[in-house]
Design a protein around this ligand. Structure first.
Ligand code: FAD
Length: 404
């Protein structure tokens, strides 16, 4: 028992959520361990002069996420690497004339958000983690099993053979969370019947700092702006397609895929000149019935996954992290253990309703745009035009999407 290390908080998973939580708790007096199974990528980020130099996984970070990343000193590291602000968003229906435009000027904001490669976000957060003396980073180390201690808190067995104890164990171990399974957290889940193809593309024309989304009956197609060098134009694409179409699209020769993509996007930005390697992600809605139990909390994808059509996944995850950190820190000031159930339940109460509302909205959008019956199409198109003309309603929608 003597060589068991004890921490106040152990976080499993150093993706965006886990490393953001470690950064948010740092400097408070709590001892923190961050455990990551994958070897950290220490290679410097290549210049943005080729489609293959970008991370194919990107996130549309809302102003609320930006504020949080600023608060935990991780935003500057992102800015000094690379990001692409977008000030405009255009959404249109493939089956009709419905179109809606959003511009940051309509809500008096400088931007609607920023598109950032996931690798850039994680690199900046890990730089922050590695400069902190109160965070012990265990890497590459995998959590094998865990249990609740009779005295409260959790006991974790690592693949390094080590056992560690913590007052609070946080599962930031992603959509297939091992901690969620080991502790038997119940989930409600269903397949969207969709997979997403992500890739980086080079385009003939500038993206105009606009996030573009076309709703096709087979799923939404997004072109998200990326920063480019040497006058070249790049976007990250997220093309959600019914599962039956996925394999065929992934198997196409690059030039045939570019031609398909160009057609699906109605040639809005001219020719699709080139495409990076393509990755397919099955899309599944998943929501844990409870996020907490004594000494254990789930955050971000470990607690919920959502269709990427509005780019809200990690924004909801960062909001979970901000609230959990706030509850743990204010509890700590009052002398409460970070694993105290009452404190963790406050976190769950504050986050669950917003997450559920957003998930229901995404389901509604997906179902609405899959309908090809004429009356639904007419109503949908009229609805888009009406929302576009109703200033206050449109501003409310924009505020919600920006997390404000
Ligand atoms: C196609 C697609 C597009 C998306 N686009 C957007 C977008 O535009 N905007 C947005 O907000 N969200 C978007 N999302 C969602 C977003 O990518 C996720 O919400 C986010 O990456 C989840 O981060 P996380 O830190 O919770 O989990 P992850 O990034 O999955 O990190 C989990 C970490 O835990 C580690 N781990 C797992 N198990 C163990 C173990 N046993 N021991 C130790 N370590 C372990 C893993 O190695 C990993 O590093 C998109 C998702 C998809 C699929």
């Amino acid at each position: 028992m003597n060589n068991v290390r004890q921490f106040d908080v152990v976080i499993v998973g150093s993706g965006i959520a886990g490393s953001a939580l470690a950064s948010a708790l740092s400097g408070s007096g709590l001892s923190i361990a961050l455990i990551e199974a994958q070897p950290l990528n220490k290679a410097p980020l290549p210049c943005a002069v080729d489609i293959n130099h970008f991370d194919a996984r990107v996130s549309a970070l809302t102003p609320r996420s930006q504020l949080f990343l600023q608060k935990i000193d991780a935003w500057q590291g992102i800015v000094s690497n690379r990001l692409c602000p977008y000030s405009h968003m255009t959404v249109w229906d493939a089956e009709g004339t419905g179109v809606i435009d959003f511009d940051c000027a309509e809500v008096g904001a400088p931007v609607l958000g920023h598109i950032v490669e996931n690798r850039v976000i994680v690199a900046s957060l890990l730089q922050r983690v590695q400069s902190a003396t109160d965070i012990t980073l265990l890497n590459p180390v995998k959590l094998e099993s865990c249990d609740i201690l009779a005295s409260g808190g959790a006991s974790l067995v690592l693949d390094s053979g080590e056992t560690i104890h913590s007052d609070l164990l946080v599962a930031a171990d992603g959509a297939m969370s091992r901690i969620r399974t080991l502790f038997g957290f119940e989930t409600r889940e269903w397949d969207y019947g969709h997979s997403a193809i992500v890739a980086t593309v080079e385009l003939e024309q500038s993206h105009q700092n606009t996030a573009w989304q076309r709703f096709l009956p087979t799923g939404p197609l997004a072109f998200l702006p990326l920063s480019g060098e040497g006058g070249r134009h790049y976007c990250s694409i997220v093309w959600s397609v019914s599962d039956s179409l996925l394999e065929g699209l992934l198997a196409l020769e690059p030039e045939d895929f570019c031609a398909e993509l160009e057609r699906a996007f109605e040639h809005r930005l001219g020719k699709v000149l080139a495409c990076s390697a393509r990755f397919g992600f099955p899309l599944r809605q998943r929501h844990a019935v409870d996020y907490v139990r004594p000494g254990v909390a789930l955050v971000a994808d470990a607690a919920h996954t959502i269709h990427p059509l509005a780019g809200q996944g990690i924004n909801l995850g960062l909001a979970d992290v901000a609230v959990l950190a706030q509850e743990v820190l204010s509890g700590y000031e009052r002398g409460a253990s970070p694993g105290q159930l009452q404190l963790l339940k406050r976190y769950q109460r504050k986050r669950k309703s917003e997450n559920l509302t957003m998930m229901a909205a995404m389901d509604g959008f997906k179902a609405l745009f899959e309908q090809s019956a004429l009356p639904v199409r007419l109503l949908r198109n009229a609805g888009m035009r009406t929302v576009g003309q109703l200033g206050p309603l449109k501003a409310r929608l924009m505020h919600r999407a920006m997390g404000l």
